[in-house]
Design a protein around this ligand. Sequence first.
Ligand SMILES: [Zn+2]
Length: 284
Amino acid sequence: MLFNKKLNLLNYNECNLFSVDSNGEFDPSESEEFLIFDGYKIHLKKKPKSQNLRICIGLPSKKKWQKGVIKIEVSHPPKAKPKDIMDFCQKHKEWIAKTCARYEAQIAKTDELLHSHGGKILLFGEWIEEQSLAQIAQDFLAQMHKSNSASNPTLNLTPSPATKLPKLKTTKQMLSFILLCHIKERAQALARQMQLEYSKVAVRETFTRFGSCTQNRLSFSLLLICASKPQIDYVIIHELAHITHKNHSHRFWNLVEKHCKEWRALRKSLQDEYSLFRLVLENL
Ligand SMILES: [Zn+2]
């Protein structure tokens, strides 16, 4: 499930040497090439094997990138002409403006929310004090030991493992642990309901997708720790449905809908809150 909007347009066959000329600006101190279009800085990325121009607008997760700043990037074949890149941007001017405005509004709202919830963290859709995280992680751990003992009675013969959290030193580690415990439990219940089998569940600190499913292995973004439980259920159902359908066909969405009637609203709300989740985690 990707959330950066991408346009894959314009079949490109021109083969002229690329250089940034008077159509745009080029600052040699920047390691990256860019053009200024309609007041926007458009970053350029050469794609050796690409035949198409492609525009991507989003919040990069790279360490070097300034937090909360939108990046507009056009990837292009190496020999593309700047004029054609400008024409391409011109053709999609409205879309660029609309997408940037949407991100800007999200960022402004996020700043406001972060400011009014100073010192708190967004956990399962609710703002809680950061200090209470350790206790929540501890409770999940205790619960995990309890269910392990119940499913494997022989464990009762051995002393119960220490209910300390030795490896959970940082806030992010605690959040990952809490999210993984929650997702493991929900994935098990939802897979049973959908009559599907997966092989593994993982939580990763990746900001490009909410979830993915590769060879029946489910992977979820740490971003979901900020999401509400119904939003998380939707992402789990979405990824589980990919076990049957490897695409986003009608049949795929029918399967999602069968188990999550509200999928459209939940999907939209996740897209809308993406920047908020990102900034909450990046501010840790
Ligand atoms: Zn998908």
